[in-house]
Write a protein that binds this ligand. Structure first.
Ligand code: ATP
Length: 257
């Protein structure tokens, strides 16, 4: 499906990162990251394995501390927040991770209710039911409400995983390898869903992927992490308009639809 025009507010960065550095022992993983992600934008982060993409997400969400630099998320200086403040901030961020599995012993409904009951103290039964129905509609799976995760396809489980994140109305979504391990048709569906989420929930997103079709389909901008820095940032076509020997193989060995 063609990506609809995104409504991006370039005057309103939801994440602002400056001079970010992080080492583990002698390995200098991030060597000066500068990045703004704007309200309503899908930003794709591309980079080879081990370049520090997951480390970046952990730094943004306060799970790791940088050696240098500043990180501002939704108006908060992440490095000065208390644990409690960090927890509150994380509720405003939706994480769709490869390992964020559903609870196998619970129906889809119960899986979706779980984050609500845990994070919205005092929420009424009526509001829970409404939120579950709305979010299932949002991911196109209303019929799955009473099914068990084992009865769903990989793509459907992925959708429910995303729905479980969306139910808390996050302002930012983080997708880590959203299409990994899915067949090509399901990949297309998940890419479309990421774009639908952007439109319907007005989220800003970071999408980490190796899948260039995913990058091309979902990204309003692409940031390529090379040697610890965002060496190339721009549209899909712009970042691959180069003879840089570190960039070209990325494109040449990927099948891009
Ligand atoms: N807590 C840690 N302690 C030590 N080294 C770490 C830690 N976390 C990450 N690293 C190292 O930092 C580097 C970057 O890791 P990261 O997981 O961010 O890579 P990535 O770009 O997400 O890779 P992939 O695409 O394979 O998921 C790796 O060499 C990893 O071993």
């Amino acid at each position: 499906m063609e990506k609809a025009k995104a409504h991006i507010d370039y005057n309103n960065p939801v994440i602002s990162i400056r001079g970010l550095q992080k080492s583990f022992g002698d390995y200098h993983v991030l060597r000066g990251i500068d990045l703004d992600i704007f309200q309503g934008e899908n930003l794709v982060v591309l980079g080879r394995s081990g370049t520090g993409k997951s480390v970046l997400i952990k730094l943004i969400s306060g799970l790791l501390r940088p050696d240098e630099g500043t990180i501002n998320v939704l108006g908060n200086n992440v490095l000065t927040l208390t644990d409690r403040e960090l927890q509150k901030l994380r509720i405003r961020i939706g994480f769709s991770f490869q390992n964020s599995a559903l609870y196998d012993s619970m129906t889809v409904r119960k899986n979706l209710e779980f984050p609500l009951v845990r994070n919205r103290k005092g929420i009424t039964r009526k509001d829970i039911d409404k939120a579950v129905e709305e979010v299932l509609d949002g991911v196109g799976l209303t019929q799955a409400i009473n099914q068990m995760p084992s009865e769903l396809s990989g793509g459907q489980r992925k959708r429910i995983g995303i729905a479980r994140t969306l139910i808390l109305n996050p302002e930012i979504m983080m997708y880590d390898e959203p299409t990994a391990g899915l067949d090509p048709i399901t990949c297309i569906e998940i890419n479309d869903l990421i774009n639908e989420v952007q439109q319907r929930y007005h989220t800003s997103s970071i999408i980490i992927t190796h899948d260039l079709t995913c990058a091309k389909t979902t990204g309003d901008r692409i940031a390529m992490l090379l040697d610890g820095q965002f060496q190339r940032v721009g549209s899909f076509d712009q970042i691959f308009e180069t003879d840089d020997a570190r960039v070209k193989p990325f494109y040449d060995y990927n099948f891009v639809q």
